[in-house]
Write a protein that binds this ligand. Structure first.
Ligand code: SF4
Length: 255
C-alpha cells in the first residue's frame, strides 16, 4: 500500500500524521520505520506483556459447535438462527443478525451483539461503528467484502445492555458453527464482551491485547482489539487499536 493511500486510511480512522515544516518540507508525511506514518496521538505504554504466544490453556480451550449445530451447512444454520427462540432476546429483536461476508474469508471479525441499526438492517457493523470498522480493515489492506463479520449474539439486547451469561451460552454454538464452516486463518475479536466470551476469561481487554490467543481445536490465531463503537466514544484509544491491527496483520503474515 502506498504511503499516501495509507495516510488516507489512517485519516479515516482519525489518526493524523506528522508532516515536516519549513522550507525543506514536503507535503508528504514523515515515514516511520516500516513506512508507517507517525500518529499525532502520543504512544501509550503497552498494557500487557509483549507479543507472547499464549499457550493453549483454560481461556483458549477448544470449543466445538454443540451437536445440534454441528451438522448444519450455511443455509441450514442461517435458517436455524432466523427461527431461534432459545433466549429471551427473541422477543425483543426486530430480526436476527446472522453475519455477513465472504464465505471463503481468511479473516473473521467477531463483535459482541447487534445494536439498534444492525437490528433494523439485519447486518452486523453498519452505521457509524460499521464505517469505522471498514476504515480499520482498510488500514491493513482489507476490504469489508474480503472478510467475514459476525457477532457472539445474533439478537440485539434491549437498550444495548451487556448480554447475560444465559444468552451467550445459548447463542455461542451458532458462532462456533460459523467458525467451523468458515475455517478462518485469523480471528480479530473486537471489544471486551466478545473477547471474554470467546476466550472464557474475565480478564480486562487491555490484558488480552497484543497477544496471540488460540481458538478452538484448530488453534485459530485470535487477536483482540477495541470495539469500533468504543473507539467512537474514546478516540484517543484509536492509537492502540492501530497497534493491534498492525499486530494482527503481522500474525496473519506469519501464517
Ligand atoms: S440471541 Fe441467539 S440464542 Fe438468543 S434468540 Fe437470538 S439467536 Fe437465539
Amino acid at each position: 500500500m502506498s504511503s499516501a493511500l495509507r495516510k488516507e486510511y489512517l485519516a479515516a480512522l482519525g489518526l493524523e500524521t506528522w508532516t515536516l515544516r519549513g522550507p525543506a518540507a514536503a507535503s508528504e508525511p514523515v515515514a516511520a520505520p516500516f513506512d508507517e506514518p507517525v500518529p499525532l496521538v502520543a504512544a501509550a505504554p503497552r498494557e500487557t506483556a509483549q507479543r507472547d504466544e499464549v499457550a493453549p490453556g483454560d481461556a483458549t480451550a477448544p470449543r466445538e459447535a454443540a451437536p445440534r449445530e454441528a451438522a448444519y451447512d450455511w443455509p441450514q444454520l442461517r435458517e436455524r438462527v432466523a427461527a431461534c427462540t432459545r433466549c429471551g432476546l427473541s422477543a425483543t429483536r426486530t430480526q436476527t443478525v446472522f453475519g455477513v461476508g465472504n464465505l471463503q474469508a481468511e479473516w473473521l471479525v467477531v463483535g459482541e451483539a447487534p445494536g439498534a441499526e444492525e437490528d433494523r438492517q439485519g447486518e452486523p457493523f453498519v452505521g457509524r461503528a460499521g464505517q469505522l470498522l471498514n476504515a480499520m480493515l482498510r488500514a491493513i489492506g482489507l476490504k469489508r467484502e474480503q472478510v467475514y463479520i459476525a457477532n457472539v449474539l445474533k439478537c440485539r439486547p434491549p437498550q444495548n445492555r451487556d448480554p447475560v451469561a444465559a444468552e451467550t451460552m445459548e447463542c455461542l454454538p451458532f458462532l462456533d458453527r460459523q467458525i467451523a464452516l468458515l475455517r478462518p486463518k485469523i480471528m480479530l475479536v473486537v471489544g471486551r464482551i466478545a473477547a471474554q466470551n470467546l476466550l472464557r476469561t474475565d480478564a480486562k481487554l487491555g490484558a488480552l491485547r497484543q497477544q496471540v490467543h488460540s481458538f478452538g481445536a484448530a488453534g485459530v490465531p485470535l487477536v483482540v482489539t477495541y470495539h469500533p463503537a468504543y473507539l467512537l466514544r474514546s478516540p484517543a484509544e484509536k492509537r492502540k487499536a492501530w497497534e493491534d491491527l498492525k499486530f494482527a496483520r503481522e500474525v496473519f503474515a506469519r501464517g
